[in-house]
Design a protein around this ligand. Sequence first.
Ligand code: FES
Length: 106
Amino acid sequence: MDNPDGYAEVGSSDCGVTMAMYLRVKDGRIEDIRYKTYGCCAAIASSSIATDMVKGKTIDEAQALTKADIVKELGGLPEQKVHCSLMVEDAIKAAIADYKSKDGIY
Ligand code: FES
């Protein structure tokens, strides 16, 4: 996404995952959200479903998304893969924080 309103990149050296999250915000809602995930299949699936879940939501609604919501929407993940969905939660929250810092909300 060119010139996103919010952007964040998170990762973990434990498993080598890198995740970038891009937000477009209009009238307080997430108009568009894109991701680039280099990681395991659970991280990619979590990125995909989480971006579908928050698209069109208000910033507050998107910020309330948790890894438990993501795992539930996926229909579950093996216990050793739950941290992959936490990475997505972190990326979305960091991108929202970036948006808020640019928009003067903080
Ligand atoms: Fe680390 Fe999936 S194993 S993100």
